[in-house]
Design a protein around this ligand. Sequence first.
Ligand code: NAI
Ligand code: MG
Length: 347
Amino acid sequence: MTTPTLYTIALIPGDGIGREVIPAARRVLEATDLPLDFVELEAGWETFQRTGTALPPETLEALHGCQGALFGAVSSPSHRAPGYASPIMAMRKGLDLFANLRPLVSSPVPGSRPEIDILVVRENTEGLYAKRERLEEGGHTAIAERVITRRASERIARIAFQQARARAARPGARPPLVTVVHKANVLQVSDGLFREAALAVAAEFPDIPVEEQLVDSMLYRLIQEPARYDVLLAPNLYGDILSDAGAALVGGLGLVPSANLGEQFVLAEPVHGSAPDIAGQGVANPVAAIRAAALLLRHLGHEAEAHQIDAAVQAVLEEGPHTPDLGGRAGTEEVAEAIRECVMRNA
Ligand code: NAI
Ligand code: MG
């Protein structure tokens, strides 16, 4: 008798270390008892060079037949490449994945500061990443328009407050706090609207304390006293910057996952990029991608299996083996295998 498939999960390794960490995360997912089916899909810079498009229409179409996706990373050139558009941005927009949730949690590794348990809630569809850029004055002036809408700001704020409430309900949780991050003292119109929308939503959640913090001093205080923060609610670019900076406080980019959420779909990914400096060497830390796989299961409603993976990651971070970014000598596969075995033991 064959087991019925519970979900079809898309795997999109992308470029660089995405192709190393996504197969590793797949093996860990396969070690849970959930009946999962996988389809592997193409996207990224290499796909663009081969086919002329970074996100082939077949990939987007196949995604609509899946319940969730695990994405690695893609390489994007910093120079202008005619016809190239980042597939992750296109998927976020195309599937209306409006919320990007990035947990930053202390890990038992030397580079991590203690007692950090933060959730960055990043608006995922607009802001400066609306990518309304143009050249004027014969190419001597570059202009980027920043789009902030009340609708997108309110819906991301609602996610932040709901998450704060859910986090506070966990056993042994600290009191909730939502920090609204903006720069409304300078960008009074655009960040002003984001701030106003966030504070209006805050009024719907009288049980959740709210505060605001200008983005530059936010980064300063995050580094100074990271343990005081709970949920950080930010527009797109600020959320992107805060999450990489926050990663440095909890052991590095090799450890931090994220989930892109829409009403109908969840796409999980590590926060890191394609890391061309270490790609192809088999030394990328698979933990961020494996934690992303756990987030995927959590947002699909499978808390027990998500917890099983997180606990296995925690055990391997405590005891090793470790990849070189954590001071170890193990490769991607050895670490993934240790986590997989730990999941199997506890299944
Ligand atoms: P990056 O995140 O790829 O790498 C930054 C640094 O962290 C590098 O030194 C890298 O070796 C290290 N690192 C990252 N992940 C690691 C892991 N799992 N294990 C061990 N070390 C790790 O950021 P970078 O270098 O700025 O960007 C490289 C490329 O990735 C660019 O083309 C960029 O556009 C793209 N990128 C793609 C993203 C995505 O697809 N979601 C996100 C960020 C960058
Ligand atoms: Mg980023």
